[in-house]
Design a protein around this ligand. Structure first.
Ligand code: SAM
Length: 249
């Protein structure tokens, strides 16, 4: 049976003992019913998986002994950064979860003119914590050992003002199809609008900041579909879809 993989916010090292937070403790002891002495896998987001043994566990807390490194995740051939207009609850969760499964390196949630979700102060903090949980679970499930970064949520204009590098603006009205682009080099940033799309002046500003407008075909994709389709195409063209898992046939 596949061993459970659990994220540790505490940095790991062979021979250490770590305390696991409430979420991990509950998952291991209540859902998976692990008992002291049982083995599982721990990762801290830095690219390594460690053997781990449960030392003690309850509803609120658990402790584990960290064993040897059993897997190292190679660096991605292409870093994909996703800048995503904030959409309503489940759509945003789905987009984040699938983007992590597909190998995105970092995510920046953006407030745009047509973002309908109002998030400030404590509500924003709570939503960011929730998104970090979505990202962490997607890593646990998909076997990723590098945790994608979640940048602070920012207004689109502010994010664009500091933008540098190779970027694409996704939109169904763009003339250039995504597969027609040249190899982006080491990293690429995707900008995707929220449910209502980006306003004309926001798209103009993105182009002035050097982002290239590209399309994923003539159909209007939902805000949660567009990043997934784009990341899959990019991974197939220039990324790691051509690589198997370490040690595969
Ligand atoms: N009515 C909106 C508009 O005209 O922009 C539709 C927005 S769509 C639901 C949300 C986002 O998905 C868009 O801002 C765009 O970034 C992306 N998107 C949707 N369809 C696309 C396509 N065919 N090609 C590229 N990006 C697309």
């Amino acid at each position: 049976m596949r061993q459970p993989r659990i994220f540790s916010p505490e940095p790991l090292a062979t021979g250490r003992e770590v305390r696991l937070d409430t979420g991990a403790a509950r998952h291991l002891t209540q859902v998976l019913r692990l008992r002291p002495g049982d083995d599982f896998i721990l990762f801290d987001g830095s690219g390594r998986d460690y053997e781990a043994r449960l030392l003690s566990g309850g509803r609120e807390q658990a402790a584990a002994a960290v064993g040897a490194v059993i897997r190292r995740e190679p660096p991605a051939p292409l870093e994909i950064h996703l800048a995503l207009g904030i959409s309503r609850g489940e759509r945003m969760d789905l987009a984040l979860q699938k983007a992590v499964e597909l190998g995105v390196a970092s995510i920046t949630p953006l407030f745009t003119r047509r973002t309908v979700v109002r998030l400030q102060g404590k509500r924003l903090e709570a939503r960011l914590a929730h998104w970090r949980g979505v990202i962490r679970h997607a890593c646990e499930q998909s076997g990723r050992s590098r945790l994608p970064g979640l940048h602070p949520a920012r207004p689109l204009g502010e994010w664009l003002a500091g933008f540098q590098g190779e970027g694409i603006l996704l939109g169904h009205r763009a003339h250039t199809p995504l597969p027609a682009l040249d190899h982006p080099g080491r990293s690429i940033t995707l900008l995707v609008g929220p449910e209502g799309g980006l306003a004309d002046d926001e798209r103009d500003l993105a182009r002035r900041q050097g982002l290239r407008a590209v399309s994923l075909g003539p159909r209007i994709l939902r805000t949660e579909t567009a990043p997934l389709a784009a990341i899959a195409v990019i991974q197939a063209l220039w990324g790691d879809f051509g690589q198997g898992p370490p040690g595969s046939d």
